[in-house]
Design a protein around this ligand. Structure first.
Ligand code: ATP
Length: 325
C-alpha cells in the first residue's frame, strides 16, 4: 500500500487503519428495522463475508459504514474514526457502493482521471488501477459499451484509486460469468493477502466458498454468526469418506471400533465419518481388510453452517469465538 502514511494519519494513526468496528448499529427506514443492534469487527489481512438472505440488512450496514446513510444508533468506525470524520476518505476505504456510473461517452481512463482529480490523487494512479483490474487494454474505450463484467471492474478500479486499507464490495459476484467470478475471487484474495481488510456481501453462502476467511451471517437486521470459515468447517462432521470394499462387514467393524460412524452407502461401499481418510487406510490395511477406493467428501460451507445451526431456514443462532487474524 503506497498511502499508508496518509491513511494512518487520517485514521488517527496505528495499525487500526485497516480495521472496521461496528458497535450496536441500528438503522430504521420508517417502520422497517433494517439493522438491529449489530456489532462486529472486520480485520485486516482477511476476506470477511457478510452473508444473509435478501433484505437481511447487508447493504444498509455497508452504506452506514461508508457514510452513505446515518445510523439511528451505535457506531461504525474505520480505523477508529467515523467515515464522516476521515480526512481523506478515498485513502481510508474503497467501496463499490457509491460507484458513480461513468458517463457512457467517457472512456474508462477519463472517468477515473476525473475521480482521481476530485479526490486529490495523482493521475498516475489511474494507469495502475486499470492494470490491476485488467482494463488497461480497454482504457480508451467509451464506458457506455462496457459489459456488466467490465463495469464491475471499472467500479472496483475506482474503489482502489486511493490504495485504501479497507475495501467494501456489495455483491461483487452478482451477474458475472464464471471467468468474472474467478477473477473477482482472486482479486479479493490478493487484496487480503496484501494486508487489507476486505468486506464482501453475498446472499449466497456458496459464493463465499473458497474466498472468505471469516463469515458474518445476518438475518433480519441481526448478527446470527461471527465465525472463522476454517473453524466452521472443522466443527462440521460433514467431512465424510466413502470406502469401496467387497468386505463391507469387516470394514464396518474395524472402523466402528476405532470410533467412526459407519453407514452402508452402496452394495460395495460404506460411508465413514469421524475419521480422516489416512487413518481409515491405516486401520483397514492393518486389519487386512481389502478395499479398492477411498474418496473424501468435504462439507461445503453451506452444509457446515446448516449443520451447526440445525438447518434452521432463518439461519439459526451461532456464535463462535472470534479468531485473531
Ligand atoms: N432506502 C430505503 N428505504 C426504505 N426501506 C429500505 C431502504 N433501504 C433498505 N430498506 C429496507 O431495509 C431492509 C434491509 O435492506 P438491505 O438492502 O440492507 O438488505 P440486504 O441484506 O442488502 O438485501 P439484498 O440482498 O436484497 O440487497 C429491507 O427490508 C429493505 O426493504
Amino acid at each position: 500500500m503506497t498511502s499508508t502514511t496518509d491513511v494512518t494519519e487520517a485514521a488517527g494513526g496505528g495499525a487500526a487503519g485497516g480495521t472496521v468496528e461496528v458497535r450496536g448499529l441500528s438503522k430504521r427506514y420508517g417502520r422497517t428495522v433494517a439493522v438491529d443492534g449489530l456489532s462486529f469487527t472486520v480485520r485486516p489481512g482477511r476476506v470477511t463475508g457478510l452473508v444473509g438472505p435478501n433484505g437481511a440488512g447487508k447493504s444498509t450496514t455497508m452504506r452506514v459504514i461508508v457514510g452513505l446513510d446515518r445510523p439511528d444508533g451505535g457506531s461504525a468506525l474505520i480505523g477508529g474514526v467515523p467515515y464522516r470524520e476521515l480526512r481523506r476518505p478515498v485513502c481510508a476505504v474503497g467501496t463499490t457502493l457509491e460507484a458513480s456510473a461513468a458517463h457512457p461517452g467517457r472512456s474508462a481512463r477519463d472517468h477515473l482521471r476525473w475521480m482521481a482529480r476530485a479526490a486529490g490523487l495523482p493521475g498516475r494512479r489511474v494507469a495502475e488501477v486499470l492494470e490491476l483490474v485488467g482494463l488497461a487494454s480497454a482504457a480508451r474505450r467509451a464506458a457506455g459499451g462496457f459489459s456488466l463484467g467490465m463495469r464491475q471492474r471499472l467500479g472496483i478500479a475506482a474503489a482502489l484509486l486511493g490504495d485504501p486499507p479497507v475495501l467494501i464490495f456489495d455483491e461483487p459476484v452478482n451477474g458475472l460469468d464464471p471467468e468474472g467470478v474467478r477473477w473477482i475471487r482472486g482479486l479479493l484474495r490478493s487484496l487480503a493477502a496484501e494486508g487489507r481488510a476486505v468486506l464482501v456481501s453475498s446472499h449466497l453462502m456458496s459464493e463465499l466458498e473458497g474466498t472468505a476467511d471469516h463469515l458474518l451471517v445476518m438475518g433480519r437486521g441481526r448478527l446470527l454468526a461471527d465465525t472463522g470459515v476454517r473453524e466452521l468447517l472443522a466443527a462440521s462432521s460433514g467431512g465424510r469418506v466413502e470406502v469401496r470394499t467387497a468386505q463391507r462387514q469387516e470394514a464396518m467393524t474395524v472402523l466402528a471400533e476405532a470410533g467412526a460412524t459407519v453407514a452402508v452407502s452402496r452394495q460395495d461401499a460404506v460411508t465413514v465419518s469421524g475419521l480422516e481418510a489416512e487413518r481409515i487406510v491405516e486401520l483397514l490395511t492393518g486389519a487386512g481388510v481389502a478395499f479398492s477406493g477411498v474418496a473424501e467428501h468435504r462439507a461445503s460451507l453451506e452444509e457446515a453452517y446448516m449443520e451447526l445451526t440445525g438447518g434452521a431456514a432463518e439461519f439459526g443462532a451461532l456464535r463462535t469465538e472470534e479468531g485473531q487474524p
